[in-house]
Structures are given as C-alpha cells and as structure tokens.
Write a protein that binds this ligand. Structure first.
Ligand code: SF4
Ligand code: SF4
Length: 473
C-alpha cells in the first residue's frame, strides 16, 4: 500500500479554519476533511518500517476506498493511461464548434482582426452551401458514433454576423438529432453586440443551452479594449442586450485580462452584482490572454492568427476568445495569482465561477470534439484555427499531406507524460496545448500553471471548511 500520487492536502490552519487537514484526490475527486492524525497516518505509509494498529488499518482502508491509498505506483500510472484513453475515445458526446465567420464587428485596438481596414472584406464567412455540407458531415458522425448528446457551439469571429448559417445549422442538426434520439445543445459565443431576443427566440426551439459574452473589464476599460470602428464604446449596449435576454437563456460572462485591465475587474463585478439580471448569470469567469514572447507585439497581447505579408488575415478565430484566454473551450483556465484573485472576487460577490481545479482534460484530448472553420477545414480545437497548417482534415474528406501530418501530431498529444508525478495530471493533462504551442514553441510540452491549481485547492479547502462549520452550527 502507498499514498496516491494524486493526493493534495491543505492544513486548514493555513486558511484560518482550525487544525484539521483538507485532503483531495484529483483522480477520484474525493474531498475530505480529516484530523492531523489521519494525515500523519498517510505520511507513515511511505515508511517501510511503519506498523499500524487495527484501528489505523481501518482508517487506511477507508482512505483506500476513496483513492487516497493505492496498491502500487505502476498500477496507478496504468489507470491514468487508461483514463486518458477513455477520454479520447469517449463516444457519449459529439462536440462540434462551427466558426460561422471570421468577420467581426468590433475593432479591438490590440487585434488586427475585426473591423480594421479591409479585414472584414477578406475574412472568411461560411456559405449556406458549405453549411449544408457541414450538416451532412455532422449527420454522418452522429450515425457512426451514435452519441447520447451533441453539442453545437457557434463561434467566430462574431458568429451572429452570419445568422442564416447559425439558424440553418441549428435547425437542420436539431432535426438530425431528434430523429436519432440524441439530445442536442446549442451554445453561442458572441461579443454580445447583436444578441437580441429575436436571436434567442429563434435558437431556443433547437436546444439553445447558453450564450457566452465577453466583457474585458469595467465600462471604461472594456470600451477602450473592445470599441467599434469609429471608437464608440460597446459596453452599454452589451449590458442592455443581456438585460433583454437574461430571462430567456443562460448567460455566461467571460473576460480576458492582461496586466493593463485586470485591476478593473472588481469594479466590473460590482457593476454586474447591481444589475437586475445578476442572479440569472449562469457563470462568471475571467482568464488571462495567451502571451507570446515576441517584443514586437503590443504589450500583454499576442495574436494567435498570423497576418500575411500583404496585411490580409490568414484566417483564425477571434484572438480574444481562442486558446488560453479562451471563452470557447471553457477549459483553459490556466491561471496565475491574478486568476486566483479574480476567482475569489467573483465568489465574494456570489457569482458561480470555475473552481480553478476541475479543468480538464480539455476537448483537444477528445477524438469526437471538432472545430470547423468557415471553409470546412477541421481543427482539433478552436485555438489552432489561426494556423492552417494545424488543420487535421476537411469535411469533404480530403486528407492532403499537411493535414495528415497535423492529425498525427494531435493524435500523439500527451504533454502530461512529461509531468512526472504531478498530482494535478488528471485535471490538467499538461495544460493548454495552444498556449504551449504559442508560448513554448511546442504543443507537446507541458504548459504548467501548477501554482494556480494549488491556489484552487486552497480555495476548495476554505469552502469545505466553511461548509463543515455551517453543518456543525
Ligand atoms: S488546447 Fe487550450 S484552447 Fe484548445 S481546447 Fe484545450 S485548453 Fe482550450
Ligand atoms: S502542466 Fe504542471 S500542473 Fe499540469 S500536470 Fe503538468 S506539472 Fe502538473
């Protein structure tokens, strides 16, 4: 017997909550508060000469039931391998993110996509004819995989700039799912400017599950970061739009911060708390943007989409939403101390938010999760759509050499294997591959934000201690 490599612990005196110890196992997700004696018992397991009383053996057996004690390290490593294989091959759910267009009606000053110059003139937009082929491709996947549920995420650019395609896909795929007894959910990730009750009403019958909007700080900061082409702010209109639809669908608020904007987020949270729709918000969660170590980039922001020599975009998804700063995957909360700070500030104001620990494995590790660009190219996740060399296939079945090579790269993704005996492997999987690709030059290297996971566990410990105290009282 030995302790699991996935145990993490927080002495509660560190969070001012008594002398007990919070234990968590990231593989089984067991969370318990135990006395310091029991925690010490686990430590003694590591000592070959330790002997145990019958009572202690009973306690160890209980800990083993929850995964805190395991047979041997090799068996545990094999279980993790099997876990990642199961995640990869899981057929319960088919997930497809469709970039309806790469056009955008915002002119964010840090972003060369969007409504600058002639960007929108050249940015890809899915045609109805391509949408029909996308739908046929999804129908074939539904037929082959036979999942229990199907998640369609509409994304861009700004997906609501291509409503005909959004409506067409939602309606046709709803019909395809209904016929096959598959539960369908539609998510929309939008900047919020065109989010109207009409849009929500039109998508609601086809399984509209939630709408995610982005606010990059308080009103002044957001308006500086995400203006219209003429410089007009967008904050007020987005808030008005949210107010009009909050009764009709689940709204999630995301935001992408950097060092120039992070300090404005508490004011944004205060503002949101004061709104009449505050209690309707399904989730509020902020994330840092991916950084690329290139001095020529504007401070604090990096493009995931390269621009060709003539200034035209090479396509790709909205840089403020993709990858590690993502709003699309909901997984890449790779965080730092600011992330922990904002999570606590969000919780303090009573908004549901990510807990900082239960993050992954993200969809890049799932075979049956796909991102489809406006031209029908397939990608392993939205964060890679800025680079056509990362396309893994096409809905028309073409598989040229570059695509075959890219597909093989993604097939081999297992950065966590370089993470030795890190306790967070089951919930981190080696971090965001897009961030690793962008920041470290290789998607196969771990993109480690362990300290933020540790901060997340401390936060869980504090919450568990508070719950226990409430029960006792
Ligand atoms: S690799 Fe990064 S951007 Fe892509 S799905 Fe995973 S966490 Fe999200
Ligand atoms: S990237 Fe870091 S936190 Fe994630 S599993 Fe690897 S070592 Fe652990």
């Amino acid at each position: 017997m030995q302790t699991s490599m996935f145990n993490v612990r927080v002495p509660l005196d560190e969070v001012g909550a008594g002398s007990d110890v919070f234990l968590m196992n990231t593989f089984t997700d067991a969370q318990v508060i135990v006395s310091a004696d029991v925690a010490a018992l686990l430590d003694r397991l590591g000592n070959a000469s330790s002997t145990f009383t019958p009572e202690e053996r009973g306690a160890l057996a209980t800990l083993a039931e929850h995964g805190f004690v395991v047979g041997d390290r090799e068996a545990e490593r094999n279980q993790v391998e099997a876990f990642f294989r199961d995640v990869r091959e899981d057929t319960d759910q088919l997930r497809v993110t469709v970039l309806t267009t790469l056009q955008c009606n915002f002119a964010c000053d840090y972003c060369f996509q969007g409504d600058h110059g002639d960007y929108n003139k050249f940015a890809d937009k899915m045609t109805l004819e391509t949408a029909a082929r996308v739908a046929a491709w999804v129908e074939e996947r539904l037929e082959t995989i036979r999942p229990e549920s199907f998640v369609l995420t509409l994304f861009g650019g700004e997906p609501l700039l291509n409503l005909p395609v959004a409506y067409y896909l939602a309606e046709r795929l709803w019909s395809a799912c209904t016929t096959r007894g598959v539960r369908m959910m539609v998510n929309v990730i939008t900047n919020g400017l065109l989010l109207t009750p009409d849009v929500v009403d039109r998508l609601a019958p086809f399984g509209l599950n939630g709408v995610k909007i982005t606010l990059d700080g308080d009103a002044a900061t957001h308006d500086r970061m995400r203006p219209l082409r003429g410089g007009q702010g967008t904050f007020e209109r987005i808030i008005a739009n949210v107010r009009r639809v909050a009764d009709k669908c689940r709204i999630t608020v995301g935001g992408n911060f950097d060092e120039t904007s992070v300090d404005s987020y508490p004011a944004l949270l205060d503002f949101l708390r004061q709104q009449d729709f505050a209690d309707k918000l399904a989730k509020v969660a902020f994330k840092p943007v991916i950084r690329e170590p290139r001095p020529s980039q504007p401070k604090g922001f990096i493009p995931l989409t390269a621009v060709a020599g003539d200034g035209r975009p090479l396509n790709g998804t909205c840089m403020t939403s993709a990858g590690g700063g993502t709003t699309v995957c909901g997984s890449c909360n790779f965080v730092d101390e600011k992330m922990s700070f904002l999570r606590e500030e969000t919780k303090k104001r009573g908004f549901p938010t990510a807990d900082g620990v239960h993050m992954g494995p993200c969809e890049i590790h799932r075979r049956h999760a796909h991102t489809i660009a406006p031209d029908g190219s397939l990608y392993a996740c939205p964060g890679f759509t800025g680079d056509k060399n990362q396309s893994t296939g096409h809905i028309d079945g073409r598989r040229d050499d570059p695509r075959a090579r890219a597909a093989s790269q993604f097939e081999q993704l297992a950065a966590w294997k370089e993470c030795s005996d890190c306790a967070f492997i089951p919930v981190c999987a080696g971090g965001c591959s897009v961030a690793a690709h962008t920041e470290l030059g290789s998607m196969h290297r771990p993109n480690c934000h362990k300290s933020s996971f540790e901060a997340g566990v401390v936060s869980l410990a504090r919450d568990a201690a508070a719950r226990e105290l409430a029960t006792v009282n």
